[in-house]
Design a protein around this ligand. Structure first.
Ligand SMILES: Cc1ncc(COP(=O)(O)O)c(C=O)c1O
Ligand SMILES: [Zn+2]
Length: 439
């Protein structure tokens, strides 16, 4: 008997065979993959995982794939970094950064897409497609190249160059749509219905989102087979937050870790903080908005899994925070300046929210806090261009260099010691400066 039982409606519980479908015929609820966890538990162990490939496929027993012939770019098993410098600033002894900037196409999206592309091949699709805010487009295009599939990627027409080039290089058809992500998504749903292509985040979404569980698995494994006390994730559709938590729960269900007591936190841009607003207003509804934010990868006004993310945050006693554009750029700089990690704007949102939550006393010093950093800053250079210290031009002469050197501070110019040399308003914000001074 297969460990994959099929699909089940999250709302009414109706079951379906494994097919490329995503909503329940009866109640329009979202479908989710269902497993026989007794079989899963029997087919895996800490030792088996630890000796498996250094990629998400070490967790194959938990993925909705029948075949081990997968579309593999080497995704996952990314660095898990003890962020001592940033932790020191925030008063946290056990702050960890899960650095998913270094996946094959430089974002965590390679996790769900590796699973979706493999499943699309099992279903014998010839075209892989997506509605994307940028990172997904690059990942779908790359996996389609590897799997020898045709690719169509649909994106809003205002994305960063790094996102467009980062997709186009793999030779998909890049379709830029007039409008925001929610418009792109609506059009893509119509196209998925009419043409029957494998839209990873539409008709094969139940399989696709399962790939994001591997972030939860890796965090637990890299923490020494335990769940963290607190986990903070950026929210676009909310899929990542839901599935990272599901990963922790499944590891416990398979007897690999103890039942997680993790508090889950969502980070959203202020220009589309749908879930965070519901938390603040103690509401059960996630009300759609028109997104406006520098963090284009998270610019979703009507998050598909927003409601479920809200439930998880509430039920785990977690929380959420939003970040303005200025705070997002401040967060990107803070992470880069303290930990040497150049994250994209979504990472800036996560770090800004982490900082606010730490200031509010959400975490105790000795507790384990993990921040998911999900995309690479080289793809969103526009966000910080012109805001960093200017370069220092010299002629090829030692004397010329020393003239310049004499004007510079003797020690590393962190935001605290060299505040006056930092040019953005973000790093001059009172909270960031106060925090940095306490270093
Ligand atoms: C870098 C990055 N982080 C986080 C997210 C949010 O993921 P989700 O839509 O699953 O909430 C996205 C979505 O595109 C993203 O590109
Ligand atoms: Zn249903």
């Amino acid at each position: 008997m297969s460990r994959i039982l099929g699909l089940r409606c999250r709302e009414c519980g109706r079951t379906y065979d494994q097919e490329p479908i995503h909503v329940c015929d009866y109640c329009f609820g979202p479908l989710e993959v269902e497993y026989d966890y007794d079989i899963v538990a029997k087919s895996t162990s800490r030792q088996a995982i630890a000796s498996g490939p250094r990629s998400i496929f070490r967790y194959h027993a938990f993925l909705p794939l029948e075949s081990t012939d997968v579309v593999d770019l080497g995704t996952g098993f990314t660095p898990f970094i003890h962020a001592q410098n940033l932790g020191h600033l925030l008063g946290l002894d056990h702050l960890y950064i899960k650095n998913d900037c270094v996946n094959p196409t430089y974002s965590f999206k390679d996790r769900p897409v590796a699973v979706a592309a493999s499943k699309a091949r099992e279903f014998q699709f010839d075209t892989l497609a997506c509605a994307s805010t940028g990172n997904l487009a690059g990942s779908v295009a790359a996996h389609a190249a590897k799997a020898n599939l045709r690719a169509f990627v649909f994106i809003p027409n205002d994305l960063e160059q790094g996102k467009i080039v980062g997709a186009a290089i793999y030779k998909p058809y890049v379709i830029t749509v007039e409008g925001n992500y929610d418009d792109v998504n609506r059009l893509s749903s119509e196209i998925a219905d009419k043409y029957g292509w494998a839209f990873v985040n539409i008709n094969i979404r139940p399989y696709y989102t399962e790939g994001s569980k591997t972030l939860g698995f890796e965090v637990a494994e890299q923490l020494g087979w335990q769940a963290p006390d607190h986990l903070i994730a950026p929210i676009g559709s909310g899929g990542l937050l839901c599935k990272a938590y599901k990963g922790l729960q499944e590891f416990a269900r398979a007897g690999l870790i103890e039942a997680p007591k993790t508090h889950m936190y969502g980070a959203q841009p202020a220009g589309c903080s749908t879930v965070v607003r519901s938390l603040q207003e103690n509401s059960n509804e996630v009300i759609p908005v028109k997104p406006h934010t520098v963090a284009k990868s998270l610019a979703m006004g009507n998050p598909a899994d927003g409601y479920y993310a809200l439930q998880i945050i509430r039920s785990t006693g977690g929380g959420g925070e939003e970040a303005t554009d200025e705070e997002i750029i401040g967060g990107m700089r803070l992470l880069a300046e303290t930990e040497g990690i150049f994250a994209e704007t979504a990472g800036g949102v996560t770090i800004a929210a982490l900082k606010k939550l730490a200031e509010q006393g959400a975490f105790k010093r000795h507790e384990t806090v993990v921040a998911l950093i999900t995309g690479n800053g080289l793809k969103t250079q526009e966000a910080v261009t012109g805001q960093l210290d200017p370069v220092i031009p010299v002629r090829a002469s030692l004397q010329d260099f020393e003239v310049q050197l004499a004007t510079l501070p003797r020690s590393r110019p962190t935001s605290s010691s060299g505040g006056e040399t930092w040019s953005t308003s973000a790093s001059n914000s009172p909270t960031l400066q106060n925090l940095s001074r306490s270093r």
